[in-house]
Design a protein around this ligand. Structure first.
Ligand SMILES: [Zn+2]
Length: 424
């Protein structure tokens, strides 16, 4: 019984993954268990007494057939993305630069003329499409949240809908077939991945190209980003598993490269088999993947390193707290919740987590803890001895900024090797 059928049959809101989401293989290998994690977007208001709250097992599974790495439980999307879920644009500088570069690269590589329709899946406030719009392309976004309205107000045509067969048919109906379909940082999140790829195919012109960007499994392994494991991320792709999925639908990878977004992602171009020339980058990235050895071996080492990083961080914290130091967390992205839960950082260790003033998270507790999220002004007013960087993957960008804004303390970088960066 497929996962969708299992859910429809009323076997519960969440679905245990007992077969690979891509190839259907059973007997998946359990490679890591991070314990039970609370949903990252369920944050209680400060002052509220703790009460019943769900937690879900964060087990990571590996498929030896297609090499997909995947979460072991698909949590009911109604719980992960409740209607009141405060979506934000998330358009950081790195992302904006990345989208501009995507437009330049695809225009060059695909010889785009500016006439091709470009469709973005999960188009948010239209930031990605804005680049193609400026280059003269007709564009259409598909976005399930109110951000679609914002995009429309900015002149980026957007349909407010989840992406699937109906949304694809509507786009074709209203705008025609697409020369380019993009899906950035959504391809790992949507359940029923085969329906999504089929819907992309329905949308693509014969020589159309599908461009997807996803957090890259190899980056996750290399820099120990276990904190990107949470229930919104159903799958973690390598080029090999991505290609396996695309090949199942008659698509082939024609170009790929690693990109810096989200701590290390991979951009993959795919077209109908034989429709486009395959570029040498595909073999290059494959060769690099293979040079690292079999994924199952790398995951075994990863598991050991994850456990070691936890005890090393504890040792460091023991030393700092033993000296009476105060530690503030900086930033409350989703990944912070995994790290805090797995390492076990509560109020006696972290005084608080600071966030930008207008973040909806200010005034709440970090999920599953009594660590308050407060306005970042507190960091500069209180000057604690240490700032724990919870967005450690952009530490190089964050540290100079915090220094410039007047933070005089030291920085605790939790991963991949817990270490302290001293103030200069
Ligand atoms: Zn598989």
């Amino acid at each position: 019984m497929s996962q969708q059928l299992a859910r429809a049959a009323g076997t519960g809101g969440s679905v245990v993954v007992d077969q690979c989401q891509v190839c259907g293989k059973r007997d998946l290998e359990s490679v890591l268990f991070l314990g039970y994690l609370p949903p990252v977007n369920q944050m209680r208001t400060i002052g509220e007494r703790p009460h019943e709250q769900p937690s879900y097992p964060a087990e990571v599974l590996h498929c030896s057939k297609c090499q997909l790495v995947q979460i072991g439980l698909i949590v009911d999307p109604a719980i992960l993305f409740p209607p009141e879920y405060p979506y934000t644009s998330g358009t950081t500088r790195i992302l904006r630069e990345n989208f501009a570069e995507l437009e330049r690269e695809s225009t060059l590589l695909l010889n785009l003329t500016g006439k091709e329709l470009v469709v973005d899946i999960g188009s948010n406030d239209g930031t990605l499409l804005q680049n193609f719009h400026a280059a003269g392309h007709p564009v259409c976004g598909v976005e399930p949240t109110l951000m679609a309205n914002l995009a429309n107000q900015r002149g980026i045509r957007s349909i407010m809908s989840f992406f699937g067969p109906e949304a694809a048919a509507r786009v074709v109906d209203e705008c025609g077939k697409a020369g380019v379909v993009t899906a950035t940082n959504v391809f790992a999140h949507i359940e029923g991945i085969h329906d999504i790829v089929k819907s992309v195919l329905a949308l693509l012109a014969d020589d159309g190209v599908f461009i997807t960007e996803s957090h890259y499994l190899i980056a996750l392994i290399e820099t120990l980003q276990y904190d990107t494991i949470y229930h919104e991320h159903l799958r973690h792709y390598s080029l090999e598993s991505m290609q396996f999925l695309l090949n199942m639908h008659g698509l082939e990878v024609i170009h790929t490269k690693r990109i810096p977004t989200h701590g290390g992602s991979i951009r993959v171009y795919a077209a109908r088999r034989g429709a486009r020339k395959v570029m040498p980058t595909v073999q290059q990235v494959f060769a690099e993947e293979r040079a690292g050895g079999p994924v199952s071996d790398r995951l075994k080492a990863f598991k050991r390193h994850v456990a070691m990083s936890k005890v090393q961080l504890h040792a460091l914290l023991k030393d700092l707290l033993g000296r009476g130091s105060h530690i503030y967390g900086v930033g409350a992205p989703s990944r912070a919740s995994t790290l805090i839960s797995y390492v076990g950082l509560d109020r006696e260790i972290l005084d608080c987590v600071v966030e930008v003033k207008d973040s909806y998270k200010v005034g709440k507790y970090m999920p599953g803890t009594l660590v308050p999220v407060v306005d970042e002004a507190r960091l500069f007013e209180d000057q604690p001895e240490f700032a724990l960087l919870l967005s450690w993957h952009i530490a190089d960008e964050l540290i100079p900024k915090l220094r410039q804004r007047g933070f005089k303390g030291q920085y605790l970088v939790p991963l991949p090797e817990p270490h302290i960066v001293s103030a200069i």
